[in-house]
Design a protein around this ligand. Structure first.
Ligand code: MG
Length: 165
């Protein structure tokens, strides 16, 4: 049961992921969180390193879909600028956003991987859907006391190796 809180993989940042490895495992699309995974929270502006990574994802034959709990007004401009499929207000870890993404991409669960920085939204949501998950270190820690507490609880799951270890 507790396995649903563990990611399949952990990496420092998205750039540490081996895209060729993902492709060889049959991954055809990445459902990627935005805040603190691709850009710092509340600074959803694109930058050259991110743009280069997106090109690498495309070159590996993998689609990239942004699955964010953030509001449309904040998320869409950046996704449009980057030419990415985007599902804002996705209510992770609830299944609705994932189901929309599966339909939109026309792919099966085993062909997807979820990437995000939070255990209780990104990892839990992916695991509940039976989609493999990758946990990254958050780019910037948020400052609210609730966020700090949440990160403290997450630490336990980050320390251990993952659900299959
Ligand atoms: Mg996030």
């Amino acid at each position: 049961m507790i396995g649903i809180f563990y990611p399949d993989r952990m990496v420092g940042e998205i750039y540490d992921l081996s895209l060729s490895e993902l492709a060889s495992e049959g991954v055809k699309a990445i459902l990627c969180d935005l805040d603190d995974t691709l850009t710092p929270y509340y600074d959803t502006t694109t930058h050259p390193r991110l743009e280069a990574w997106i090109e690498e994802v495309k070159a590996a034959g993998i689609k990239l879909c942004i699955l964010s709990n953030g509001k449309k007004d904040r998320i869409l401009p950046m996704c449009n600028q980057l030419g990415l499929v985007c599902l804002p207000m996705s209510c992770k870890p609830l299944p609705f956003g994932y189901i929309r993404a599966l339909r939109k991409l026309g792919l099966k669960r085993k062909e997807l991987v979820c990437i995000g920085d939070q255990i209780f939204t990104d990892v839990l949501g992916g695991n509940l859907m039976g989609i493999r998950t990758v946990l990254v270190e958050p780019i910037a820690y948020k400052t609210s006391s609730v966020e700090v507490k949440k990160r403290q609880i997450e630490k336990r799951f980050r320390r251990e190796k993952g659900k299959n270890a």
